[in-house]
Ligand binder design. Structure first.
Ligand code: DI6
Ligand code: FE
Length: 398
């Protein structure tokens, strides 16, 4: 048992509007055992080792619920092409784009991919991230997709961060299957998923539903097999056009549907009915200089929970700052600072199907971020400033 006292706590029980001042958190065996006012600390805990937080703000450890952080290479050249006027789809269809990252990722062995990913992971950890989702999707053959997820699992062993893995073989069609889409879905997306699942490498299954990627029906085939294996699904949908992907995923109980700039009323209604979280990715919106906004107000009205994530990837969102992501959620998407905090704590946990984190309440993982600020709004208000004082990971102060 250990006590953190004299804290200002946001995120008690998932609510962040009510700040608890002069408060304590009791931690035991890596979990939160008690939270409340200093004065109300149960006598049974009173001789436990205590750390005075001197009035600092404490939030749940932050959760980045959508990343492609494991990959080879970079796409600075493509960035320059886009600045000269080429569109993301034109670049992708001409064999650059995602497929150029696939070439670099296939060339890199496990050690190399790990070494390339760790500095990006460390940047997130330095901003209070304690849970991180990592997708495959730049291998596009069974061995390379599996290698990406092995690296993802290793990150969770060599760093103090929980890693949640996602199988995203249905991300792009590799050149060797250009004439055989059905074969790719069957031999790589589905057969690879079965193999990776047998190795315990998959926590959820994703797809990219878009004109330049896969159709709703192609992804539905992968999802239906995933569900038979007991794996939850989520989807990249309605990023560049409305193909009805969100509704297809919601009908399959998707944990989340992500991007959503082009989401329409039917998709919103389907997500509200299924309880799928809307994961908004302002880094991709910003990088692509998208002008169509995700329907934040309609999602709110429908009661759809909103999360924010970096989408850290070398093409459309070379972003390794969860704090800047929160700032973009507020400034670009007009989310309130309280919504931005929920978007990277309790709602991000929900997007990963995890009920045991993202809140400061008894039974939750003792994963916390301690900040040198007074009000949680400062987390989304500042641009490029990191006020993290310390993290608590699994009950350990680091
Ligand atoms: N949407 C994205 O934002 C990433 N993947 C996806 O489906 C970007 C992929 C890339 O361009 O490398
Ligand atoms: Fe993505």
């Amino acid at each position: 048992m250990q006590i953190l006292r004299n804290a200002r706590i946001a995120g008690v029980g998932g609510g962040v509007s009510g700040l608890l001042n002069g408060a304590s958190i009791a931690i035991e065996d890596g979990r939160i055992a008690w939270v409340g006012l200093d004065a109300d600390l149960p006598a049974a805990h009173s001789d436990a080792p205590t750390r005075d937080l001197e009035g600092r703000l404490v939030t749940p450890g932050l959760i980045d619920c959508h990343t492609h952080i494991v990959h080879g290479g970079d796409r600075a050249g493509e960035f320059e092409m886009r600045l000269e006027g080429a569109s993301y789809e034109e670049i992708a269809r001409s064999g650059h784009g995602i497929l150029s990252t696939v070439r670099s990722t296939r060339e890199a062995d496990e050690e190399k991919l790990l070494a390339l990913a760790l500095p990006r992971v460390d940047a997130l950890i330095a901003e209070g991230v304690t849970t991180l989702e990592i997708k495959s999707g730049y291998g596009l053959d069974v061995a390379s997709e599996i290698r990406m997820l092995r690296v993802a699992r290793r990150i969770g062993k060599v760093r103090r961060v929980h890693v949640v893995t996602t199988w995203l073989a249905a991300h792009a069609l590799p050149a060797e299957y250009r004439e055989d889409r059905v074969g790719y879905i069957r031999e790589v997306a589905i057969a690879g998923m079965e193999r990776a699942h047998a190795e315990g490498l998959i926590d959820a299954v994703d797809g990219f539903c878009e004109g330049m990627a896969f159709t709703r029906d192609e992804i539905a085939t992968v999802f239906d097999r995933a569900i038979m294996l007991g794996l939850p699904v989520k989807l990249h949908a309605e990023q560049l056009s409305d193909l009805g992907g969100a509704a297809m995923a919601a009908r399959r109980g998707a944990l989340s549907v992500d991007h959503l700039e082009y989401l329409g009323a039917d998709g919103i209604a389907a997500m509200a009915a299924s309880g799928s979280v809307a994961v908004l990715l302002p880094g991709a919106f910003y990088t692509l200089r998208e002008t169509k906004h995700p329907p934040v107000e309609a999602l709110r009205t429908a009661g759809v929970a909103i999360a924010l994530a970096t989408d850290c990837n070398p093409g459309t969102s070379p972003l390794t700052s969860i704090l800047l992501t929160m700032n973009m959620g507020a400034t670009l998407f007009r989310m309130t600072p309280a919504e931005c905090l929920r978007a990277v704590t309790c709602n991000a946990a929900r997007a990963l199907g995890l009920a045991d984190r993202g809140v400061i309440s008894p039974g939750a993982h003792a994963d916390l971020a301690i900040w040198d600020i007074r009000h949680p709004a400062e987390l989304s208000y500042r641009i490029g400033f990191n006020p993290l004082h310390a993290r608590v990971f699994g009950g350990r102060y680091v």
